[in-house]
Design a protein around this ligand. Structure first.
Ligand code: ZN
Length: 353
């Protein structure tokens, strides 16, 4: 029997989305029909991110178009056929249950919604993130890292000399910027090539990502480019902003009372936010720009950054769930093109006499 489900569709190139009707056909294909277009996909090509209670499915299609499918019994049944219920997913659900339990506070939620309407949550989150003292930032980041370690696991198998070599690359970058970010590189055998930056400076790197970089010519530069991008997320406090953007209540409390004491508890949500949503597009753009500066300061050719993204693009799975670097650091061909142009441009155009 065919199942029809309403969804929203964005083509991944233009801003905004539009309503579409999905028809799940008995032969394993899905018809996506919008006002101005229609396309057909194999259900097997759907790679829904691990769903959370009450949160829509986000399905990234092979050409980067994105479907947002509200939860319903019909959607659950139709996507169950393409769903992913691996170990990581069960761990994420456990994590989510804990985070939600910590987050329930009706009054503050109402205030959070009001704040969102009045000021815009991203702007308020950015302001609050800037006001977080460094020691609280570090505590929140460490708590998020501990939660990540417990839930995602993964030991370290990388030989000591590789870890030392990688730490030297990180040191070269941070030193070039006067050690203003106190970063710590932590390797994990993650099964997927990915990297995660935590507030305060802990940067977790999947061993496979590092090893893939080092197989390439100028591999150290490629790895430095990824580290520079992660350092930029730390420096620009994107992790904190991500936590805050997803918690209107916390932002409301911070703005109204100046109280940020529950930031650490809320930071337990960061790993799942990173894995589930990744960073917002504007955070990626900002991190790219800042990263080019880090690379130039360290005397590394900034074209290493677009080259690293192209390498990571090749490492994405052709089917099945995608938890690789570019799934959590949304990338487009446009991003790579812009980066290539920016990296090739002179660092600072000479001032006119
Ligand atoms: Zn990123």
């Amino acid at each position: 029997m065919n199942t029809a489900v309403a969804a929203r569709y964005s083509d991944g190139r233009r801003a905004g989305d539009e309503p579409v009707a999905l028809t799940f056909l008995a032969d394993g294909t899905v018809e996506i029909r919008g006002e101005t277009f229609a396309r057909t996909e194999q259900l097997a090509a759907f790679r829904p991110a691990a769903p959370l209670a009450g949160v829509p499915y986000f399905v990234r299609l092979p050409d980067r178009a994105l479907l947002e499918i509200p939860r319903s019994p019909e959607a659950d049944a139709a996507l169950g056929a393409a769903g992913y219920r691996g170990r990581l997913h069960r761990r994420l659900e456990w994590l989510e249950a804990r985070a939600v339990a910590a987050a329930v506070c009706t009054l503050l939620l109402v205030a959070g919604v009001a704040l969102t309407v009045w000021f815009g949550l991203p702007a308020a989150a950015a302001r609050v993130a800037r006001s977080v003292p460094a020691d609280l930032e570090r505590r929140a980041g460490n708590f998020a890292f501990d939660t990540f370690s417990q839930q995602v696991g993964g030991g370290v198998t990388l030989p000591a000399q590789d870890q030392i070599r990688a730490a030297r690359i990180l040191g070269r970058l941070t030193k070039a910027r006067g050690d203003r970010v106190k970063a710590e590189l932590i390797f994990r055998n993650l099964n997927v090539p990915n990297a995660f930056a935590f507030p305060g400076g802990k940067i977790v790197v999947g061993e496979s990502l590092y090893l893939a970089c080092l197989k390439e010519p100028q591999g150290e530069d490629l790895f430095a480019a990824i580290l520079a991008h992660e350092l930029a997320h730390v420096e620009s406090r994107h992790g904190l902003q991500l936590i805050l953007r997803n918690s209107g209540a916390l932002v409301a409390m911070a703005v109204i009372t100046g109280d940020l004491s529950s930031l650490t508890a809320f930071s337990a949500t960061l790993p799942i936010l990173l894995i589930q949503q990744g960073y917002a597009r504007e955070f990626e753009t900002e991190a790219d720009t800042v990263a080019l500066g880090w690379l130039r300061a360290a005397g590394i050719n900034p074209t290493a950054l677009p080259a690293a993204l192209q390498l990571l693009e090749k490492m994405r799975p052709k089917s099945g769930p995608d938890f690789t670097y570019l799934s959590t650091h949304p990338s487009t061909d446009d991003r790579i093109k812009l980066l290539k142009a920016a990296a090739a441009a002179p660092a600072a155009p000479p001032a006119k006499p």
